[in-house]
Structure formats: C-alpha cells, structure tokens
Design a protein around this ligand. Structure first.
Ligand SMILES: Nc1ncnc2c1ncn2[C@@H]1O[C@H](COP(=O)(O)OP(=O)(O)O)[C@@H](O)[C@H]1O
Ligand SMILES: O=C(O)C1=C[C@@H](OP(=O)(O)O)[C@@H](O)[C@H](O)C1
Ligand SMILES: [Mg+2]
Length: 173
C-alpha cells in the first residue's frame, strides 16, 4: 500500500486511452464513506468481502487499467481472477524507501494504524509472499511516477509484439 498503484495506474490508463478503475474508490462509492470509516464501522472482513466482489465484477470487463488495494492478493481467489483475466504488474518498493513514505499514507491506511514501526516492518516482509504472483515487476525506488508509467507501457507494447495470445485481449482499442 502506498507504493503508487493509484497514481501510476491513472497515468497508464490516460496514456493508453483506457478507463481507469480504482477498486478502493469503487468500494468507497458502495459504502458512501472513506476506507478508514468502512474499517471502523463494518470491520476489515466486510471490506475484504466487498473488495473481492468488486474485483470479480470488474475483472470481467475488458480493456481497463485497474488498481487493486495492496491487501487484495491476500485472497487467493482475487489473485486467480486477476491472473486469469488480466496482466498483473507488481509495483515494488524497498522497505527503506517505503518507511520514508509512511507519514504520507498512514492516515488513509487503517491496516497500518495502531502498529509500531517494528510491526509495520513485520507486515511489510509478511506481505512479500502474497506479491510473488504477477506477470511483471517494477522496482519503484527513487523513480518518478511518470517514468514508471512509461516503463509499464513499454513492457505492454513489447508483450503485444511478442505474445500473439495477449493481442486478442488488449489490442482491440
Ligand atoms: N513514484 C513515486 N514517487 C514518490 N511518491 C509517489 C510515487 N508514486 C506515488 N507517490 C505518492 O505516494 C502516495 C501513495 O500513492 P498512491 O498512488 O495512493 O499509492 P497506492 O495506490 O499504491 O496506495 C501518494 O501521496 C503519491 O503522491
Ligand atoms: O494493503 C491493504 O491492506 C490496503 C490497501 C489500501 O489500498 P492501497 O494499496 O491503494 O493503499 C486499501 O485497499 C486498504 O486501506 C487496505
Ligand atoms: Mg490506491
């Protein structure tokens, strides 16, 4: 969380003339409240159920750039749905760089709240396992969002050129 999925996903979508869907924003629309309030009012389990429901629904729509929340791949079903229906890009950030960003993101990330820095670090390393499933990975340490979005687009273009099977899914603009 806080690696830049929403920011970079939006840039990628704009550059590819695709619709951008941020799953967290869709969840907020459904509950008509911000994520920290959803966690407080209904609990994380309800949030996770809604997250799965919305990702499942959007995964069936084609030609979109979708940003899922950083905890989504904790659910095996979501992981499978994303890998089957899309091309999954992992945005990575080292612990040293991520910890510098914590002050910026903590207010809107209830999963991080009420934890010590040591506990957050533990969560960071635990989470690495759930991120091992993806199609392509980018280390974003000290790289501007614009530049990362260009890398993603270059990688996609390369895969369109090389892998004919993908073309049916994403080339029909
Ligand atoms: N490449 C980057 N370098 C520095 N800051 C970034 C970068 N990408 C995003 N940010 C900042 O980090 C914060 C979290 O970004 P966000 O896109 O919401 O991440 P996510 O959707 O992964 O949680 C925002 O304040 C954003 O401006
Ligand atoms: O990692 C997580 O468990 C979460 C990440 C958040 O999204 P971002 O990854 O966009 O911050 C949001 O879905 C929620 O606060 C839970
Ligand atoms: Mg986000």
């Amino acid at each position: 969380m806080g690696v830049g999925k929403t920011t970079i996903g939006e840039l990628v979508a704009k550059k590819l003339y695709r619709e951008f869907i941020d799953i967290d924003k869709e969840i907020e629309k459904e509950f008509n409240m911000p994520i920290p309030e959803i966690f407080k009012t209904f609990g994380e389990e309800t949030f996770r159920e809604k997250e799965k429901e919305i990702i499942t629904a959007f995964s069936k729509k084609r030609l979109k750039v979708i940003s899922v929340g950083g905890g989504a791949f904790g659910q095996e079903e979501i992981k499978n749905i994303c890998m089957t229906n899309g091309i999954v890009f992992l945005l990575d950030l080292s612990w040293d760089c991520w910890k510098e960003r914590l002050d910026l993101i903590i207010d809107n990330r209830p999963v991080l709240q009420g934890r010590t820095l040591e506990e957050i670090e533990e969560l960071y390393y635990q989470r690495q396992k759930i991120y091992s499933t993806h199609n392509s990975r980018f280390n974003t340490d000290n790289i501007e969002a614009e530049e990362i979005s260009d890398y993603i687009i270059d990688t996609l273009k390369l895969s369109w050129d090389i892998h004919e099977p993908h073309s049916g899914k994403i080339l029909e603009i």
